[in-house]
Write a protein that binds this ligand. Structure first.
Ligand SMILES: *Cc1c(COP(=O)(O)O)cnc(C)c1O
Length: 415
């Protein structure tokens, strides 16, 4: 039986495509399928085909699709108090801020600014850095920090930035993994170093040992801030609440500012900017920042439900444990030359390249994966994924790669 709920008569592929093309900004690129329903780790398209979702809306749906905790929190809050503006406070806004600060083990005097996306969380971080009286920012090649003008200036990829020049000035990108270059770039004019603890969009890449500590030392030496973008790595994705809390990733440092978004809302749009300690918290003065939707009761109520569920179901330990087993299963495949990441954020380098063709073949076989670079796949499944579902993909991957090689699909290259 074809599932058509919410899509009217659009059961025919060419029909939804033509409606999409006529109505949606083409800048977003060509969507792969029209999805109409999700449940747990699975989603269904308009033709009733089922997929195991190993990407979770890009590391967003921590609890999968249509989780009862999310649905319950959202419907309860929507029927209680939906939106109020920053002229008022609401219980879920305050409770979520307190919970996030506790999970971050942030010192007293720390605070949270809520927004609606990762880019916005980074915009708030940028404004905080400007209040140091300096404007130079050091970021890293390969980094992704979002697409709004300020966040875009931090984002390394020239193809994203250059069509919109002149951008926000003052950002210097240093080569990935080069500690000496990082130390040399941080000087008395530097307001901040901005880093992802693990780079997501460049293919799930970890900095070399000593790099995070070097970033902390270099910023401390000149009175600059260290901003960690945990938009993708935060909220259990890597097996801990924040990636920086794992000693082999964060190397024991305490950041000045941390940004969050993706996993925090379990699908509800929300971002958060955390200021660590009184001195950083006081940088933005009353009236200097805001957003109509900041701390929106619907988004914060769902965020609370996500955190509670991750905790109650012990999903951090599950992500760490299953992620490690999945990485070793994938690393054992001769078709894979390198497996990277932590917890359930996984990157893998394909021996024969052409990640786009493999992702297309995977989709045909009922698996959603992401060709994050032309030669690498990324997995970021819901944290609730079972052993069978994720390890089943490792079993299926050799066949998928073989069918990609035969079909010649994806010859146009990575999108
Ligand atoms: C996705 C992402 C962003 C941007 O988040 P949006 O919600 O798309 O604006 C910023 N930083 C990192 C590390 C991300 O992965």
């Amino acid at each position: 039986m074809t599932e058509t709920k919410g899509t009217g008569m659009m059961t025919d592929t060419s029909e939804w495509r033509s409606h999409h093309e006529a109505a949606i900004l083409p800048a977003l690129g060509r969507p792969q399928r029209l999805l109409v329903r999700g449940e747990g780790v699975r989603v269904w398209d308009e033709a009733g085909r089922e997929y195991v979702d190993l990407l979770a809306g890009i590391a967003v749906n921590a609890l999968g699709h249509a989780h009862s905790a999310v649905v319950g929190a959202l419907t309860d809050q929507a029927s209680t108090l939906g939106h109020i503006s920053n002229f008022f406070a609401s219980p879920p806004q305050i409770a979520l801020a307190e919970r996030v600060l506790a999970l971050a083990q942030a010192p007293s005097g720390s605070s949270v600014y809520f927004s609606n996306s990762g880019a916005e969380a980074n915009e708030a971080a940028l404004k905080i850095t400007r209040r140091t009286g300096r404007s130079k920012i050091v970021a890293v090649e390969g980094s992704f920090h979002g697409r709004t003008m300020g966040a875009l200036a931090l984002t390394a990829k020239a193809a994203y930035r250059e069509p919109f020049d002149p951008g926000v000035p003052g950002v210097v990108h240093v080569p990935f993994g080069d500690e000496a270059a990082l130390r040399a770039a941080v000087d008395a004019d530097t307001a901040a170093v901005v880093l992802e603890p693990i780079q997501g969009e460049s293919g799930v890449r970890r900095h070399p040992a000593g790099y995070m500590r070097a970033a902390r030392e270099a910023t401390d030496a000149v009175g600059a801030l260290l901003v960690l973008d945990e938009v993708q790595t935060g909220i259990g994705r890597t097996g801990s609440w924040f990636a920086f809390q794992q000693s082999e990733i964060g190397e024991g440092i305490t950041p000045d500012v941390v940004t969050l978004a993706k996993g925090l809302g379990g699908g509800m749009p929300i971002g958060a900017t955390l200021t660590f300690g009184e001195r950083i918290t006081q940088l933005l003065q009353p009236g200097q920042h805001g957003s109509t939707f900041s701390g929106n009761p619907l988004a914060t109520a769902v965020g609370l439900a996500v955190l509670t569920t991750v905790q109650e179901q012990e999903l951090l330990a599950h992500a760490a444990d299953l992620g490690a087993r999945a990485r070793s299963a994938l690393a054992a495949l001769p078709q894979i030359t390198e497996v990277t990441g932590a917890g359930l954020l996984i990157g893998m380098e394909l021996r024969d390249g052409n990640a786009k063709a493999v992702a297309d073949a995977a989709l045909e076989a009922g698996w959603i994966v992401n060709p994050v670079t032309p030669t690498r796949l990324r997995l970021a499944p819901p944290l609730i994924i079972t052993d069978d579902q994720l390890l089943g993909f490792a079993d299926a991957l050799p066949g998928i790669i073989a069918s990609a090689a035969h079909s010649g699909a994806g010859a146009e290259g990575a999108a």
